[in-house]
Design a protein. Structure first.
Length: 249
């Protein structure tokens, strides 16, 4: 089972271009090895443990571990030619979904499921590759989140969410964490409703554990999304939403 790939029919014309490192529990190692090798074009070799195999293609590494695991996984692979990948997977019997343009992330994508039902997404950017890049004007973004009780919000962001107080008074709080900054502003007719902001982080699972331990209003476990981000959400004292996400590695 280890060593070189026996066939090159599956997805042979396209390349995976971004690093992926994931562990997936499978019920039948031989069956999964055949799928990843013959349908998806991975090299399959001996893994890090006796009951594991490694499926590798370009910078992508999937550790196939015998067992039931904790549910279905979602894995995203970025490819240089998603149409060619789709056609090759279809020829090899992989039953891919139709190609779909996801406009908000500018990616063309399709889904295929492995024998254990794990969801595998393949995608490539359809943004204009040769468009001239204009001179950079913007440096950072600083969201404003409205609160009826700004001092209480400052305390929550400091003691629970791990921000430091750069400046605070009754109607404003300037809150910093690492290289990010946000403003807590008094709720008025101009600053009303519920705000939200999105943070990219280095270790989303570690941050999730930290915030749960501090009693934050965490809205569920981190979820690996098909567009290549693993994310979770937190609410502040008045319902403003903070989302934290990490790109797949």
């Amino acid at each position: 089972m280890g060593g070189q790939r026996e066939h090159t029919t599956g997805a042979a014309r396209a390349d995976i271009t971004a690093p992926v490192s994931r562990e997936i529990a499978v019920s039948d190692l031989e069956r999964s090895a055949r799928f990843y090798r013959d349908v998806l074009g991975f090299d399959v070799r001996t893994g890090s443990a006796p009951s594991a195999l490694e499926a590798a293609r370009g910078p992508a590494r999937i550790e196939l571990v015998h067992g039931t695991g904790s549910g279905r996984r979602t894995v995203f692979f970025q490819t240089d030619d998603v149409a060619a990948m789709h056609a090759a997977v279809a020829r090899a019997g992989g039953n891919p979904s139709a190609l779909e343009d996801v406009n908000w992330i500018k990616m063309r994508m399709f889904e295929v499921r492995d024998p254990d039902g794990h969801v595998l997404w393949f995608g490539a950017s359809f943004a204009e590759p040769d468009k001239p890049i204009p001179e950079r004007m913007m440096r950072k973004v600083m969201p404003e989140l409205p609160l009826s009780d700004v001092p209480a919000g400052v305390a929550y962001y400091r003691d629970v969410l791990g921000f430091s107080v750069n400046y605070a008074q009754d109607d404003i709080g300037v809150m910093d964490r690492d290289t990010t900054r946000l403003l807590l502003v008094a709720r008025t007719s101009r600053h009303s409703g519920i705000g939200s902001c999105y943070f990219y982080v280095h270790d989303v699972d570690a941050l999730h554990s930290e915030l749960v331990g501090k009693g934050a209003y965490v809205q569920g476990e981190p979820v690996s999304q098909p567009w290549g981000l693993r994310e979770f959400r937190v609410l502040d004292l008045e319902g403003n939403q903070l989302s934290f996400a990490q790109t797949f590695e």
